[in-house]
Design a protein around this ligand. Structure first.
Ligand code: GLN
Length: 355
């Protein structure tokens, strides 16, 4: 992917008023404190992360997709959206970029809502692969268990995501695609559109993903035609979003499936909960363990440079910055989210002491 040597480390100390810890971790963001207090604390955390990492140049653009290789590395935007619908921004919050792997979350949510969590577990799998996002070896290792027809892995890495795309219902490719785009748009709260240049660029270099689809088919773990499935999967990777869109999409999951801006029930609370669990297992591919250890939030990244982390019941934090680490995760995105999460004291493993 890239020669970048970045790896996320624990941050040493909290630096924003300890009030933020109480304010955001104990119950509702807006309910326990007057709006000016929590507003200034969250905006302060966003601004601090923005300015602190603005000059970081570590990482490289994804080079295996020619469109992404040319992305302008100076764009950098951060957005927090709370489950109350408040929005906090810094930098290039409205700059569009291809969603890439983050779309896997919303396709998973769609398939899980329609077909149920058991189907996802049995036909796709929900364990971490511990291997790079585009690993074909992960399929081979799983099938070596010789347990009949075991699932391809995890819906948030390529093999599992391709299998997930093959479970989308519809009479034609167009019908399936329109369904996925409509659903993703509902998560974002406005119509999203396919970036045709990205789609063409990826389709031209898609041999590896096609090979994964054919391998899955040979193991009876692909549930539709490989060529059509890869077309659908590539379309889902190729729609544009902004950091603000990602934050709204993540905040919808944080809010039990109801978009906090449009108030549309896009999905249900159980689906949101299980999708977040899968994000925790594999949202950052083979560095998901380090991420969970250091940040403690379910998150999802894409090789387009986007990343979104979710604080269940409270908010989502999204960042765009195209240079990636060796696993394919935005370098500045990880740093900024870690900083904001730590400033606000949000971590799903944090013990809430009762007074
Ligand atoms: N479209 C990309 C691929 O299939 C998505 C990968 C990613 O974002 N990690 O390789």
């Amino acid at each position: 992917m890239t020669k970048a040597k970045f790896s996320l480390k624990p941050l040493s100390k909290f630096s924003i008023a300890s009030c933020a810890v109480i304010c955001v971790t104990q119950g509702a963001v807006a309910r326990d404190f007057s709006p000016p207090t929590y507003v200034s604390i969250i905006q302060q955390a966003v601004d601090r992360a923005y300015s602190h990492y603005k000059t970081v140049t570590d990482g490289e653009n994804a080079s295996y997709i020619s469109y992404l290789a040319k992305a302008n590395t100076k764009f950098y935007g951060i957005v927090v959206v709370t489950t109350d619908g408040a929005i906090f921004k810094a930098g290039d919050a409205d700059y569009p970029f291809p969603i890439e792997s983050i779309a896997k979350v919303f396709t998973l949510a769609h398939v899980m809502k329609i077909q149920g969590p058991k189907t996802v577990q049995n036909k796709i799998g929900v364990n971490a692969t511990g291997l790079p996002f585009n690993s074909a070896l992960a399929i081979e290792l799983n099938h070596d268990k010789l347990t009949g027809s075991p699932p391809p892995g995890n819906p948030l890495v390529n093999a599992g995501a391709i299998a997930t795309a093959s479970l989308v219902d519809g009479k034609s490719l167009e019908e399936k695609w329109n369904m996925l785009l409509r659903e993703a748009s509902a998560f974002a709260g406005h119509p999203l559109t396919l970036n045709k240049d990205v789609y063409d660029s990826e389709m031209a270099d898609n041999q590896h993903n096609l090979a994964i689809a054919v391998l899955l088919k040979s193991y009876k773990s692909l549930y539709a035609d490989p060529t059509e499935t890869i077309d659908l999967y590539t379309r889902e990777c190729s729609y544009d979003v902004t950091a603000k869109d990602l934050a709204v999409m993540g905040a919808t999951l944080a809010n039990g499936g109801t978009n906090p801006l449009t108030h549309q029930a896009v999905t249900d609370a159980e689906t949101s909960m299980r999708v977040l669990a899968v994000m925790a297992t594999a949202g950052l591919y083979n560095t998901s363990g380090e991420w969970l250890y250091n940040v403690g939030l379910p998150a999802k990244s894409g090789v387009g440079g986007g990343i979104v982390a979710v604080v269940p019941g409270k908010m989502a934090i999204a960042v765009y910055s195209s240079p990636l680490d060796a696993a394919g995760n935005s370098v500045r995105g990880q740093l900024a989210i870690q900083s904001i999460a730590q400033d606000l004291g949000v971590n799903i493993f944090k013990i809430q002491m009762q007074k």
